[in-house]
Design a binder for this molecule. Structure first.
Ligand code: FE2
Length: 424
């Protein structure tokens, strides 16, 4: 019945030598030296135990499609969108499911147990929607997938986008998406935000929009998103993804904007791997960083998560489902190298996206699901530095993935080193 006693774990809050008693897939207690004879035991050996990694921004319909039907030569966002448009008519449900299932296996091995994936609804067949709903059902025992109805070609720019989005929601997609900066005009962008937020409020749904993924400092749809979230009482249920234009905005305007986002309870999801490569493409030197204002938003009390966004697709040729790689890039781009700042970056791929997605029973407290990752590292900062193997991935008290500790064997004769590390 998924009862287990985990011994000698280090936790992200700095506690060490902690035992965790699990009964029926949930945490019963956490303490030093728990007595529970007869239960199966797992020795964490003083390694870091964390709640699972969570990716609040991904595109599972495009994952692992790199090179289909051709490679993105310019590496830009707009060529990526055009390339996705070429690929869409050739997609089959079988191929979509097979690629997404492959990625879900990678994710689990990396301790990534919850993913919010956008799914393009601008294909009238809703092929990708049906495929990802099937994937969601298949992986449910070990991975939580939350789907966002995403009108990639623009809610107002594509004539069937709104009705397709509503059909997708009707058959089980969870969250309302949008892409206001891709509409024909700023006014249409703002109108799309109004329509989508009102639809979400009427249906009692969460909202997560691609918002201002642009270097244009005048792309200010986040202001409209915060306005409607506040007006419609959607606080705590709305996220703005990317928000890269904020990087280039006037500081005075941002000083007004951040309190409005915080007041509206709107969260932000930055995607450092993708935006450091896609943004600033029209710059000569100096080139802007392609990421929103992460530490400033955190300081203003706004929930900020880091998302993976893409793995081997028309927009990004790399990636492996490792949220530590995402956080590692995020902390570099945001210059968040202080001790507490690095811990905030670890939270940005664990507890913060869990809160944004509204995951229930996520946490390290009695009553929470016994979902954990034990890493080959002693604390969160070492985990960020090394991005080490995930020794055990545990779901509802059961080990679902295990990776052996890597051991390096030096083949030189004992006492003879190519370099004397002690003096160099
Ligand atoms: Fe995205």
């Amino acid at each position: 019945m998924n009862d287990l006693l985990i011994r000698n774990a280090n936790l992200t809050d700095g506690r060490t030598g902690i035992d965790i008693l699990i009964r029926q897939g949930r945490i019963e207690s956490l303490d030093r030296q728990i007595d529970a004879s007869g239960l199966p035991e797992l020795d964490a050996q003083g390694n870091l135990l964390t709640t699972p990694f969570v990716d609040a921004h991904f595109h599972m319909d495009a994952v692992l499609s790199y090179g289909l039907p051709r490679v993105n030569q310019s590496g830009t966002l707009l060529e990526g969108i055009a390339l996705w448009g070429e690929l869409k008519p050739t997609l089959t449900q079988e191929a979509l499911i097979s690629r997404a299932m492959q990625y879900c296996e990678w994710a689990v091995a990396k301790g990534l147990l919850a993913i919010r994936s956008h799914v393009d609804v601008c294909d009238d067949r809703l092929l990708a929607v049906e495929a990802l709903l099937e994937v969601k059902r298949q992986v449910a025992p070990y991975l939580d997938v939350q789907l966002v109805a995403f009108p990639q070609d623009g809610l107002l720019r594509n004539k069937n986008a709104l009705s397709n989005l509503q059909r997708a929601i009707a058959i089980g997609v969870d969250v309302v998406g949008g892409i206001p900066h891709f509409e024909r005009t700023m006014a249409d962008g703002a109108e799309s935000v109004r329509i989508l937020c009102e639809f979400a409020a009427e249906k009692g749904l969460r909202v997560d929009m691609h918002c201002d993924e642009s270097d244009d400092p005048l792309s200010r749809h986040i202001e409209t998103l915060a306005f409607h979230a506040q007006r419609l009482g959607l606080q705590g249920r709305v996220a703005g993804s990317h928000l890269t234009s904020m990087h280039s905005m006037d500081n005075y305007y941002v000083s007004k904007l951040l309190p409005l986002i915080q007041e509206a309870g709107v969260a932000a999801i930055a995607n450092p791997l993708i935006n450091i490569t896609l943004q600033g493409r029209h710059d000569s030197y100096p080139k802007r960083r392609g990421m929103t204002r992460v530490p400033e938003m955190m300081a203003a009390g706004i929930d900020v998560a880091f998302g993976h966004d893409c793995v081997m697709d028309p927009w990004y040729s790399l990636g492996s489902g490792d949220m530590l790689e995402v956080a590692h890039m995020g902390l570099h781009v945001a210059q968040m190298t202080g001790q507490s700042a690095m811990r905030q970056c670890f939270d940005a791929v664990t507890s913060t996206p869990a809160r944004i997605m509204g995951l229930e029973h996520y946490g390290l407290a009695p009553g929470c699901y016994a979902d954990f990752v034990i890493l080959d590292a002693s604390d969160a900062i070492e985990a960020l530095r090394l991005r080490p193997v995930r020794r055990y991935v545990i779901r509802r008290g059961k080990v679902i993935s295990e990776t052996p500790k890597p051991v390096a064997t030096l083949s030189l004769p004992r006492g003879q080193f190519a370099v004397d590390f002690r003096t160099s």
